[in-house]
Design a protein around this ligand. Structure first.
Ligand SMILES: [Zn+2]
Length: 137
């Protein structure tokens, strides 16, 4: 069987027959539109971006997992979407902030609470002043 299908994303041709049970039984249904699973995933991200279901930065988080080496063979609309997405900034994840990470992982040991609490020095100071007053009398 000659290549009879063209990937709707990268436009590569590939073999797929939706009618031959012997072949299609081993082929996933996405094979009727895309040559590879990667093309399907990329296509869906770009389509989500184009129809407004994803912002460019949301789409970029997904799209950076894929190799866009075939970008030049995408349709102009899809290529434009891929370029716009890749040009987008991914907003910093607050949980990636080292300060926040440290806050989450900070360990409070019981001895820290007993010996290093802020109240302790004040209390000692107060006692010291009182004992000084007493000794002055
Ligand atoms: Zn493809």
């Amino acid at each position: 069987m000659a290549n009879n299908k063209t990937c709707i994303l990268c436009h590569k041709t590939y073999k797929h027959c939706g009618h031959c049970k012997s072949e299609s039984a081993f082929e996933p249904s996405w094979k009727s539109a895309w040559d590879t699973e990667e093309c399907m995933n990329i296509f869906q991200i770009l389509a989500n971006y184009n129809n407004g279901a994803m912002t460019a930065s949301e789409a970029k988080k997904e799209l950076i997992k894929y190799d866009l080496k075939d970008k030049d063979s995408y349709s102009p609309k899809m290529k434009k979407a891929a370029e716009e997405i890749m040009a987008a900034e991914i907003p910093a994840d607050p949980y990636d902030d080292p300060k926040v990470k440290n806050m989450k992982t900070i360990e409070v040991k019981p001895e820290d609470l007993e010996n290093k609490s802020e109240r302790q020095p004040k209390k000692q100071e107060f006692i010291a002043k009182r004992s000084m007053k007493k000794s002055n009398k």
